[in-house]
Design a protein around this ligand. Structure first.
Ligand SMILES: [Zn+2]
Ligand SMILES: [Zn+2]
Length: 159
């Protein structure tokens, strides 16, 4: 009898992980959802599947895709092409275009394959690996695939 009880609890704790993972991937807290899933598995599972994503999760995805940036005034996520922020209504200054590229290089270096980024501090191999740009070395292999720096970088992008 005791053993049965225990195995039911263990089973519940394990299956409860499923809705907890789903909910946490949508920006919800993992632990409460784990308890919820442990005791009310089916309800929690359906509930977790029906959850809409947290705004912060959506924002993160938009930023990671490279098509969005943060408004310099209110820090809400807006489209790169935005001229006016849809959150605070301020004009986005033109000069921030280069800032956007800089931020993009820092956040999504893999998008800049074959280029020198971060003001010449790093270069990105065709395999997507970011290597520190070592000016003292005439030849420099990628730390991941050992391809030579000079054979990777686009002409004109060398520093
Ligand atoms: Zn704004
Ligand atoms: Zn490489």
């Amino acid at each position: 009898m005791t053993i049965n009880y225990l195995s039911v609890i263990v089973f519940g704790v394990i299956v409860g992980l499923v809705p907890a993972f789903i909910a946490s991937s949508k920006g919800r807290k993992f632990l409460p959802w784990w308890f919820y899933g442990t005791f009310l598995f089916l309800i929690a599972l359906i509930h977790s599947l029906l959850l809409s994503e947290d705004q912060s999760v959506k924002d993160e995805r938009a930023l990671a895709s490279g098509g969005s940036m943060k408004c310099p005034f209110c820090a809400e996520v807006i489209k790169n092409q935005a001229i006016v922020c849809r959150h605070c209504g301020r004009d986005i200054p033109e000069g921030s275009a280069s800032e956007r590229i800089k931020a993009d290089q820092a956040n999504n270096p893999a998008k800049f394959k074959g280029q020198v980024i971060n003001d010449g501090k790093d270069w990105v191999c065709l395999c997507g690996t970011v290597n520190p740009y070592d000016r003292d070395q005439e030849r420099q292999p990628c730390s991941n695939c050992t391809t030579q720096r000079d054979s990777v970088l686009e002409i004109g992008s060398k520093f």
